[in-house]
Design a protein around this ligand. Structure first.
Ligand code: PLP
Length: 409
């Protein structure tokens, strides 16, 4: 009998919900019209796109015309950052060293076009402070872009506080909220953001669909010119099925948010405690509490994260070494390096991201398999590093105390 798959890579992609698939199905064959056509078939498609936009606008608490449907998180981010840059023509942009490559590579490309970029460093937990942002803002700063929650280590940035600084200084603010869609506050008016990126693939919706909220009044140069769709900000026939699926997924994940957060936080802390207690020379990456409810990321000395992932996979456990988007390259995680830890920690990192289907039994299985898998890899490892040479005894002690009390009911 094949073992059950224990899928703990929800930060890379969430499985699409059955309800979402059912909502999308009619828009492939039955409702095939172009939302831009002046006939009944086209009108039917348009009505559904309008409904989806209404749903998303209600959840984000914004006007429907402030929303642009895109081809995913990467496109939304490109539109937000380059859109502002091209509208302003020159200037300075502030971001952080731990952003997703969709942000970092966009900023690096803009640097080559003559824009100046400041990459703010983060602390050991992966946080930037509003003070850092304040100090970095210059008279020519045109945009600050800081992610809501980190895709690798799960750290949640102090977005409302950073927004406050940007408002005081009259600088536009964008956040990449791709990892925050299921668990965090998505009310853009409460958050005060000017632009806000979400995608379908992290909220149990379709891949290749995203959303960009752009506050009315923000000047944005479109990147995709065409038939004037999406308020002239993104040309091209709308992905009707994808947009309908995105809205359905967003609606469903919002309904169960509170309950799921409570459940996942217990599992997260239980898994963290178990790993730290049973695996010597393991440390938690990211913030102990200001982190996503479903994210556990640990670095384990003397082993390679990739090798560990393969061993876990033999037991049906799907984990990851970090960002799936950089898979194919064995580059160490830029996020873990940015938190000040050396290469050894980046190479030995492993990420478990839980989801709607994750149970306590799944976590127990991980805790049963992990110590032996680590031992097996250490037995053939040429390294025997000393944790205290990298992390003080006090820091280790504090980390253990945080988690030794955790018990799942
Ligand atoms: C934080 C973050 N930003 C951006 C993206 C890119 O989104 P997409 O794959 O939809 O283009 C991802 C997804 O991997 C992500 O986790």
């Amino acid at each position: 009998m094949t073992e059950k798959t224990i899928y703990l890579d929800n930060a890379a992609a969430t499985p699409m919900r059955q309800e979402v698939k059912e909502a999308m199905d009619p828009f492939y064959v039955d409702v095939y019209g172009n939302p831009g056509s002046f006939n009944s078939v086209g009108h039917e498609a348009l009505q559904q796109v309008d409904e989806a936009r209404k749903t998303a606008a209600r959840i984000l608490n914004c006007a429907e015309r402030e929303l642009i449907f895109t081809g995913g998180g990467t496109e939304s981010i490109n539109l937000a950052i380059k859109g502002v840059a091209f509208a302003k023509k020159k200037g300075h942009i502030i971001t952080t060293t731990v952003e997703h490559h969709a942000v970092l590579h966009t900023c690096e490309w803009l640097e080559k076009q003559g824009f100046e970029i400041t990459y703010l460093p983060v602390d050991r937990c992966g946080l930037v402070t509003p003070e850092q942002v304040r100090d970095a803002i210059r008279p020519d700063t045109i945009l600050v872009t800081v992610m809501y929650a980190n895709n690798e280590i799960g750290t949640i940035m102090p977005i409302p506080e950073i927004v406050k600084v940007c408002k005081e200084k009259r600088v536009l603010f964008h956040t990449d909220a791709c990892q925050a869609g299921c668990s965090q506050n998505l009310n853009v008016k409460e958050l005060g953001v000017d632009m806000f990126t979400l995608n379908g693939s992290k909220i149990y919706g379709p891949k290749g669909v995203g959303l960009l909220y752009v506050r009315l009044g923000v000047q944005l140069e479109p990147l995709v010119h065409g038939g004037g769709q999406e308020g002239g900000k993104r040309g091209g026939t709308e992905n009707v099925a994808g947009i309908v699926g995105f809205a359905k997924a967003l609606e469903l994940s919002q309904k169960e948010k509170e309950q799921e957060n409570t459940r996942l936080i217990k599992l997260r802390d239980y898994l963290t405690a178990g790993l730290l207690q049973h695996i010597p020379k393991a440390v938690l990456n990211g913030h102990p509490t200001k982190r996503l409810p479903n994210n556990v990321n640990v670095s384990i000395l003397d082993i390679e994260g990739e090798a560990l992932t393969l061993l876990l996979n033999e037991h049906g456990i799907c984990a990851s070494t970090g960002s799936a988007c950089t898979s194919g390259s064995l580059e160490p995680s830029h996020v873990i390096l940015a938190t000040g830890l050396p290469y050894e920690f980046a190479h030995g990192s492993i990420r478990f991201t839980m989801g709607r289907d994750t149970t306590k039994e799944d976590i127990d299985k991980v805790l049963e398999v992990m110590p032996a898998a680590v031992q097996r890899l250490r037995a053939i490892s040429p390294y025997n590093l000393k944790l205290e040479e990298y992390i003080s005894k006090e820091e280790q002690q504090a980390m253990m105390e945080q988690y030794t009390k955790v018990i799942v009911q």
